[in-house]
Design a protein around this ligand. Sequence first.
Ligand SMILES: Nc1ncnc2c1ncn2[C@@H]1O[C@H](COP(=O)(O)OP(=O)(O)OP(=O)(O)O)[C@@H](O)[C@H]1O
Ligand SMILES: [Mg+2]
Length: 437
Amino acid sequence: MRKRLLCIAPDDAHTAALMTGPIHDWDTCCVDNLADADRVLRADGYPVGLLLRTRALLRSFDLDGFLRRHRDTAWIGVFRPHDVDHAACCDLIVDHLADYHTEPVDPRRLAWTLGHAHGWAQLRRPSAPQDDAGLLVGRADAMVRLRAQVARVARVDAPVLIWGESGSGKELTAQAIHAQSARARGPFVPVNCGAMPPNLIQSELFGYERGAFTGAARARAGLIESAHGGTLFLDEIGDLPKDLQANLLRFLQEKTICRLGSTRALRVDVRVIAASHVQLQRAVAGGDFREDLYYRLAVLPVTVPALRERREDVVTLAEHFFRLYADERSPRLTGFSSRAVAALLDHAWPGNVRELINRVRRALVMADGRLVMPQDLGLESARVTTSALDDVRARTERLALRECLQRSGRNVSRAARELGVSRTTLYRLLSKHGIQP
Ligand SMILES: Nc1ncnc2c1ncn2[C@@H]1O[C@H](COP(=O)(O)OP(=O)(O)OP(=O)(O)O)[C@@H](O)[C@H]1O
Ligand SMILES: [Mg+2]
């Protein structure tokens, strides 16, 4: 197979000479501006890119932003002799380029550099695809089930009760339900029942009329009214004081509210999604939560799995946040080292996805090499050596299966060939690790 190269040359002074020289045996696509290069790379990634007249490109375009977007391509720059004395060119080389040349280009050395960059590009782990379906990232079985549940409950208007550990993604799940529902164009109004002072919740939720209490100089709509036509997300519903539980129950039954200081019932069209990190049944049994309200809210119960129950998603999520917070990292940081990946897989994640976000953001700031190391994530991998060998083997096997399936586009025959096992063995391994082919 011919090696593929994208060549960006603002003028074609040197391209012809190169095409007949060091890159004559490459499958080369030439463009003269970054907008065209962007289009070409989006349609069809190139492992290696060559920038000719790099300083001219730097002066006329947002080359830094372009190279940040396309960091999966290995870039080689060609500069005029004194260009590299300029600080902007030095920064570009250090931050983005795999190598650089100065004119006149030595064709043999350029051919060697391009070949070397191509070889490295083949070895690099491909970063996760960018088209993660919807808001909820992850391909673990538990996540596939959650997305299916979200799609189903989004079709109807009944109340939803989401349960999940702290930081597992309850609010994001509620947003996903809203976004897929017929109310998507309406507002999504989150209310944290645990964070609001008890004496304010009533007026915040239900609103008030002028003069309803001292200081109520003007009438004000409450949060329930402001969610009209959309979704009201009642977070930490278990913290709602008992007297307000009765008011909320009335609203759920009658679909009307009365502002504080008024007896006029206002009809409000709102879908309610509630969430809790404590098991509400226990609060019901302990007398802290009204049983009738619990049954009103839990028409459609949804459970968000803890991150430790979807370990195969940890690396995908880490890469997702690596991209999401790209602005906070040095451009020379390109990804996670194998040791960092092992440490991510080994950690227990008591703080779930929120903890993962915090660790990745910390690593973006702390890392000073090209790859994130375990200590940048605050994860020393000492546990790897002390945990049972079988555990390590199983984890590695799971990771290899997942990555190979992803690479092969979930084609079992191709994945089996790549792993050097029969299709039957591959099916057995997939079922052992609970991975869907
Ligand atoms: N599957 C996911 N894909 C992408 N981002 C996620 C996923 N799950 C959670 N997150 C992100 O993790 C963070 C925590 O999620 P969220 O706030 O929904 O959790 P929570 O369960 O409501 O947490 P808490 O109990 O602390 O309120 C958010 O920034 C959210 O966007
Ligand atoms: Mg939350």
